[in-house]
Design a protein around this ligand. Structure first.
Ligand SMILES: Nc1ncnc2c1ncn2[C@@H]1O[C@H](COP(=O)(O)OP(=O)(O)O)[C@@H](O)[C@H]1O
Ligand SMILES: [Mg+2]
Length: 285
């Protein structure tokens, strides 16, 4: 990064400038939009006025060096940020135009509609593969019969790209699977509550290259039905899986913000900001 004082400023871009065409966003449910989101831990401000459209039916990748607020931003999108006692925020998060932070809107509703997959696969290790998939259903309050659950388990494991590998051992513990399989099990678990959006925070960083490619395939298969926002440090991965990218940056002692965002190809081939060019070409971070 250049280190000049001006580079510390957050460059803001109009949120709608290069969004989906008219009608497209309206036609597909699951569009997410952040408007002027700022965030603090105690009095430490970590995000400054972040606005970003994450269109339905697309994969949006959040890229940028460590510590610039990508995970915080992701956790704000599904109201996990407020789990940290000192955490506060301002701004709005709209899911299909409705503020997920609106008074009266239930926390569990936001978390059900906007699911999350973490860096380290976190299935319940002693619980069966089958029960791992259905583990989130209690949250929805929907009672299901056995046949219905069987069907849901098959559907979600299929969509997560794991069914063929586990169909004969659904009663074995989730912890017995390989790392990549565990991560796909976590994806299946997320899908079981029928989210509109799936947030993924470096979902492949603990996985080998083969498992990584398998997850990337799964992401591309899912995005027709579920809006995906993924944090990745891997620039090749961002290019392979995402339709759009947002480049986050925080200079020393300043909160993180978006330097530039847009279609992935443009971000890599013709970035507007020299800091984006440096980052995507591996010159820092
Ligand atoms: N639970 C927390 N309590 C206090 N500070 C935090 C907490 N989580 C993250 N931070 C701080 O917020 C900033 C952004 O962190 P994070 O969102 O994890 O960045 P990234 O995901 O881009 O690496 C960092 O300065 C980090 O130290
Ligand atoms: Mg992070």
């Amino acid at each position: 990064m250049s280190g000049t004082p001006s580079s510390a400023e957050t460059v803001e871009f109009p949120a709608v400038a290069d969004g989906p065409g008219p009608g497209r966003a309206a036609a597909r449910p699951g569009g997410l939009e952040a408007l002027a989101v700022s965030a603090w831990f105690g009095d430490h401000k970590v995000l400054q006025q972040v606005s970003l459209q994450m269109p339905a039916g697309q994969v949006t990748a959040l890229i940028g060096p460590s510590g610039c607020g990508k995970s915080t931003f992701l956790r704000i999108l599904n109201r996990m940020h407020e789990l940290v006692p000192s955490a506060t925020l301002s701004g709005e998060v709209l899911l299909d135009g409705e503020d997920v932070y609106a008074p009266g809107r239930r926390l569990t509703d936001a978390r059900r509609r906007i699911g999350m997959v973490f860096q380290k696969p976190n299935p319940f290790p002693a619980m069966s593969i089958y029960d791992n998939v259905t583990a989130g259903l209690k949250l929805t309050g929907v009672r299901t019969g056995r046949g219905e659950r069987d069907q849901l388990v098959q559907e979600c494991l299929t969509r997560a790209g794991l069914w063929q590998e586990v169909r004969d051992r659904l009663r074995q513990p989730g912890g017995a699977l390989s790392g990549g399989q565990q991560q796909r099990l976590c994806i299946a678990r997320s899908l079981a509550v029928r989210p509109q959006v799936l947030l993924m925070d470096e979902p492949c960083s603990a996985l080998d290259p083969t498992s990584t490619r398998r997850i990337e395939e799964t992401i591309r298969e899912l995005v027709d039905e579920v809006t995906i926002v993924i944090v990745t440090h891997n620039m090749q991965q961002a290019q392979r899986v995402s339709d759009r990218c947002a480049f986050f940056l925080a200079s020393q002692n300043t909160p993180g913000g978006i330097v530039e965002h847009g279609p992935t190809e443009a971000m890599f081939e013709s970035p507007q900001d020299p800091r984006t060019a440096d980052y995507v070409n591996g010159r820092f971070g």
